[in-house]
Structures are given as structure tokens and as C-alpha cells.
Design a binder for this molecule. Structure first.
Ligand SMILES: NC(=O)c1ccc[n+]([C@@H]2O[C@H](COP(=O)([O-])OP(=O)(O)OC[C@H]3O[C@@H](n4cnc5c(N)ncnc54)[C@H](OP(=O)(O)O)[C@@H]3O)[C@@H](O)[C@H]2O)c1
Length: 185
């Protein structure tokens, strides 16, 4: 599905419902990074508005869209888990002025994630839905090429282990890396 397209996400959720009835875990991984670390322009006047808005459409609105249509399937699942893939750059004291749209889109995703955590924790019948925001690491992927340090299989396995409870993580810690360790916020 295209996470920037509501019809696409809704259609995917309907198909999963028909074929599987429920799901147990959602990982919001899809994202874009249109900017480069070497950008030396003026962050006010040189900002590329279509790219900025598309970054939010995919990185921030995408997970919101996915959870709107897939949460009803998750509610019927067992040992449920939501993982929103974010980044170490999604913090209020980041270094440098590069990756502006990307970092802003991910810190918005982090705040959204914290709000749904708060909602689940506040319910009279506390939910067993685990919700995490996870920084996967600096990976050798298309997106990560400028900063890469690790192969993507390492975080993929770590995140899978967290979902499968093979690696226990305290629910009280919202922002973690792929080993389940707390990330600075
Ligand atoms: N790489 C890193 O070092 C790094 C560091 C921190 C966080 N992250 C995060 O880790 C996650 C994975 O990143 P990555 O490094 O694997 O990036 P990547 O190599 O650029 O892959 C991004 C993936 O997102 C998909 N995607 C993009 N737009 C989409 C859309 N509108 N609908 C559905 N899928 C879409 C792409 O699908 P197509 O190939 O079909 O376009 C691709 O599979 C992202 O959330 C990223 O922000 C990565």
C-alpha cells in the first residue's frame, strides 16, 4: 500500500480483514528522506515546500493513516504491539541544521506516538497494547547511505525480537533502540 494515500491504506486494511480477520502487530517503517547532509542553503528561503509537505505526508501522516484503518484489526488480535520507526534525530536538541523536514516529521511522529501511549495508559481497562517508537540505527539502506554503520538485518531482527517478547522491554520506556535500550529525548 501507499501510506500517503488514504484509499490505498483503507483498501489494504479491508483486504487483510477479509483474509486474516485480525493482526497482532503493526510496524510503521515506510519513510522518505529527500534532503542531504551536505545541504548548505538557507533553511528559510531555500526550503523545498513540496518535498517538505510530502515528507510529512509519508513519515507523519502515513503512520496515523495506517493506525486509523488497521487499529480495528489490532483490537481483535492477541499480545498486540505497535512499533513506529523513528530516528535518533527526532529530538529537541539535534545537532546541525540538515535533514530539517525529515527530523521535524519524525519528532511529530514521536509526539503522536506518546499521545497514543498516554491514551492507552489512561483507559479504565488498561490496554495490553505495547507501543514503542524505535530508532533502528544508522543502516546501509537507500536512505541511510550518508551515515551508515550497520546492516539493516540487525535492527530488523532486534525489532522482531521486541515484538515477539524475546527481548523484554519495559513499557514505561517509550523511545528505544533496536536492542530495547532507552534513547535520549
Ligand atoms: N537508514 C537509516 O540509517 C535510518 C536511521 C534512522 C531511522 N531510519 C528509519 O528506518 C525506516 C526504514 O528506513 P530505510 O533506511 O530502510 O529507508 P529506505 O531504504 O529509503 O526504504 C524506505 C522504505 O519506505 C518505503 N516507502 C516510501 N514511501 C512509501 C509510501 N508512500 N508508502 C509505502 N511505502 C513507502 C519504500 O518503498 P519503495 O522502495 O517501494 O519506495 C522503502 O521500502 C524509516 O522509517 C527511517 O526513517 C533509518
Amino acid at each position: 500500500m501507499d501510506v500517503a494515500d488514504t484509499n490505498s491504506v483503507r483498501g489494504a486494511a479491508e483486504r487483510v480483514k477479509r483474509e486474516f480477520d485480525h493482526i497482532d502487530a503493526i510496524t510503521n517503517n515506510a519513510a522518505v528522506l529527500f534532503e542531504t547532509k551536505a545541504f548548505t542553503g538557507d533553511p528559510f528561503v531555500d526550503i523545498d515546500l513540496p518535498e517538505f509537505f510530502e515528507t510529512f505526508e509519508i513519515n507523519t501522516h502515513g503512520p496515523v493513516r495506517v493506525l486509523k484503518y488497521f487499529a480495528p484489526l489490532l483490537y481483535r488480535g492477541t499480545d498486540r504491539c505497535i512499533v513506529n520507526i523513528t530516528t535518533e534525530g527526532a529530538r529537541l536538541n539535534p545537532a546541525g541544521s540538515h535533514y530539517i523536514a525529515y527530523s521535524a516529521s519524525k519528532i511529530a511522529l514521536n509526539l503522536y506516538t506518546q499521545k497514543i501511549r498516554n491514551y492507552l495508559a489512561s483507559r479504565a481497562d488498561p490496554s495490553d497494547i505495547r507501543v514503542y517508537m524505535i530508532h533502528p540505527g544508522r543502516m546501509f539502506t537507500v536512505m541511510g547511505v550518508e551515515n551508515a554503520q550497520i546492516q539493516p538485518q540487525i535492527p530488523a531482527e532486534g525489532i522482531w525480537d521486541i515484538i515477539e517478547r524475546k527481548r523484554e522491554v519495559q513499557l514505561e520506556i517509550p523511545f528505544i533502540n533496536c536492542r530495547g535500550e532507552e534513547m535520549p529525548r
